[in-house]
Write a protein that binds this ligand. Sequence first.
Ligand SMILES: NC(=O)c1ccc[n+]([C@@H]2O[C@H](COP(=O)([O-])OP(=O)(O)OC[C@H]3O[C@@H](n4cnc5c(N)ncnc54)[C@H](O)[C@@H]3O)[C@@H](O)[C@H]2O)c1
Length: 290
Amino acid sequence: MSDRLAQIARQLNYPRGLLAGQVAIITGAGQGIGAECARLFANEGARVVVSDIDGPKAEEVAARIRASGGEALAVAGDLLRDEAIADLVKKAAEFGGGKIHILVNNAGFTWDAVIHKMTDKQWQTMLHLHVTAPFKLVQALAPYFRVKDGEPRNVVNISSTSGLHGNAGQANYAAAKAAVVGLTKTIAKEWGPAFGVRANTVAFGRIETRLTADKEAGGFIEVDGQKVALGIPAKQKKAGAAAGAEQFADIPLRRAGTATEAASAVLAIASPLSSYISGQTISVTGGRNI
Ligand SMILES: NC(=O)c1ccc[n+]([C@@H]2O[C@H](COP(=O)([O-])OP(=O)(O)OC[C@H]3O[C@@H](n4cnc5c(N)ncnc54)[C@H](O)[C@@H]3O)[C@@H](O)[C@H]2O)c1
């Protein structure tokens, strides 16, 4: 449905769209892929909970959705804190009138180091954010997902080519992004039989967001007061080209993906069009690693 049609449908109080009537939590939705998921889900009739550690950015995304006729609630919180997970689920349940249908575990960042220089803090933070927090969120959602009301429920965990194939400098991130694949399959096997809950992993390759912008652009995130720089050093990006390699030579489509393309894949897997797909890992990579 086009943005304009969706807006008119909502103004007429006429729920339509692939996710009409569903309540979705999207973590890390203050920007990048998560923000695009929030926008696309709302366009398809979902009531969206925009969760992010960056409160003002989450509020901005939610406000934009509301301004175009959708329904959204911003919830600020650091998912490395258990209280933030409990608070997110409580607020989402209130917003959803006691129902929550979709969880997209998308919040994340990278904190790279080669193996012999990686600190415990780097290792633990990545494991915590990319697999422990998603697990705890799923666990906290059990009362809302292990139900028999005839309505769909599904979890989408976000992974990466680093998790599926490994990546030099990212032992922590790669291990965590591999772990969510096992978590996903287990949710599918535990909650599928009695409750019909689906769970899938969407693994991205290179998507244009703050995470893959030039490091020199100055993006950062704070972990316990410590600034972690985000992005890929421009020098590293140029190194391939300088060595005569075509840019994105390892990607058959020869380009990075956009946040909208990444989010569209998440929408596709979360929607009823994928109602018989569960336990799978969908690579959204422009063909990289085939
Ligand atoms: N961009 C890529 O090329 C790429 C590739 C593979 C996987 N991914 C994954 O996609 C997901 C989204 O990344 P993106 O590229 O949109 O990055 P992004 O930086 O644009 O967005 C990530 C969001 O997560 C939030 N966040 C980070 N730590 C948080 C915390 N502790 N609690 C709550 N929110 C937190 C950030 O504030 C940010 O808004 C991540 O899981 C990332 O690992 C991205």
